[in-house]
Design a protein around this ligand. Structure first.
Ligand code: NAP
Ligand code: ZN
Ligand code: ZN
Length: 351
């Protein structure tokens, strides 16, 4: 075991504060990474505040991790000390169920081990995430960082990138299709960039009129202010696919009605309370309402490689870790441009 520093929430009501804890030394198949940057996902906020009612405390959030390898286990042949490495939302899974065998570890039937909030395979213990100095992860769950990209802008690809990439690929988004992205936050802005790079005609739906110019710069062909009923009506029944990234309550039926016959709206945003689906939104035109959870390890690497080839990174605001609560407050007001990334050099040193 060795000592790490980090930031943790100790209850739903307490603010994140400095926290010292132990991690295992790397085993034969493990890689130890000194964390350089960690993105701030809205899930970190949901989890720290126990909005999904399953938080284990103390909670060290963070699952958009990039850093440098400091130690490798004897069986690890393809990473060396000093290499760049990345970790996303998962650090382990059962490795033997159908989903794991198909490279869809996020749908592991007994359940995967999340980068934070556990449960560790076998013991059920809590896990501690990327708002920390180091992390130790099995090689299978460590990603390679493509060369030539800004490292801080790569961090958000590990969740926001793959969570939008996975459904865009699963539903075959590409040239000749009109697709919608709902919400321009961390996930939404990656959805716009990736869908644009995949060749689709991209329409961004936002509640924030001030984000219009940015959305176009990021790759949207059209921007619709979702509070404008006439603008919404003009888009009726015209979409091949819609990806909804909204983190709060909103009217999902307003978007289901924009799909053509037999097309799909995929929900990735995870508000704490259920969304009301009017059955006629899906009965009419035989539409589909689906969900999607992050992405598997192979498709995460595929997404990173695609981003390397196309020069895609997140648009970020860098913060010291002491400002994480301010970042959460801004995220709650939809005031994100478009992902906060923590500079881990700002972590207080161990006493
Ligand atoms: P974020 O950066 O806070 O972005 C969410 C965006 O939703 C906001 O920027 C805002 O965009 C829009 N929005 C917020 N409140 C709204 C409201 N009341 N009505 C309509 N739109 C609203 O969050 P994020 O990190 O992208 O995460 C988004 C959600 O995805 C979170 O719930 C997160 O937990 C979830 N998530 C899910 C997965 C998965 O695997 N399914 C993975 C990661 C995250 P505009 O200002 O443009 O309207
Ligand atoms: Zn996330
Ligand atoms: Zn499994």
């Amino acid at each position: 075991m060795f000592t790490c520093t980090g930031y943790a929430a100790t209850s739903a009501e307490t603010k994140l504060a400095p926290f010292t804890f132990e991690r295992r030394d790397p085993g034969p198949n493990d890689i130890e990474i000194e964390i350089v940057y960690c993105g701030v996902c809205h899930s970190d906020l949901h989890q720290a505040r126990n909005e999904w009612q399953n938080t284990l405390y103390p909670c060290v959030p963070g699952h958009e991790i990039v850093g440098r390898v400091t130690r490798v286990g004897a069986e690890v042949k393809d990473f060396r000390q000093g290499d760049l490495a990345a970790v996303g939302c998962m650090v382990d899974s059962c490795r033997s169920c159908d989903s794991c065998r198909e490279g869809l570890e996020q749908y592991c039937q007994p359940g995967f081990t999340a980068t934070y909030n556990g449960p560790e395979q076998g013991t059920g213990a809590n896990t501690f995430g990327g708002y920390s100095s180091h992390i130790v992860v099995d090689r299978h769950f460590v990603l390679r960082v493509p060369e030539g990209l800004d490292l801080a802008g790569v961090a958000p690809l590990l969740c926001a990138g793959v969570t939008t990439w996975s459904p865009l690929r699963r539903w075959g988004v590409g040239p000749g299709q009109k697709i919608g992205i709902v919400g321009l936050g961390g996930l939404g802005h990656m959805g716009v960039k990736l869908a644009h790079a995949l060749g689709a005609h991209v329409v961004l739906f936002t509640t924030s009129p001030g984000k219009e110019a940015d959305a176009k710069r990021l790759g949207a062909d059209e921007v619709v202010i979702s509070k404008d009923a006439d603008a919404m009506a003009a888009q009726a029944e015209s979409f091949d696919f819609i990806l909804d990234t909204v983190a709060a309550q909103h009217d999902i039926n307003a978007y289901l009605g924009l799909l053509k016959r037999d097309r799909t709206l995929v929900q990735v945003g995870a508000p704490e309370k259920p969304l009301d689906v009017n059955v006629f939104s899906v009965i009419w035109r035989r539409r589909n309402f689906a969900g999607s959870l992050i992405g598997g390890i192979a498709e995460t690497q595929e997404m990173l490689d695609f981003c390397g080839k196309h020069g895609i990174t997140a648009d970020i605001e860098m913060i010291p870790i002491s400002e994480v609560e301010t970042a959460y407050a801004r995220m709650q007001r939809s005031d994100v441009k478009y992902r906060f990334v923590i500079d881990m050099a700002s972590l207080p040193k161990a006493a």
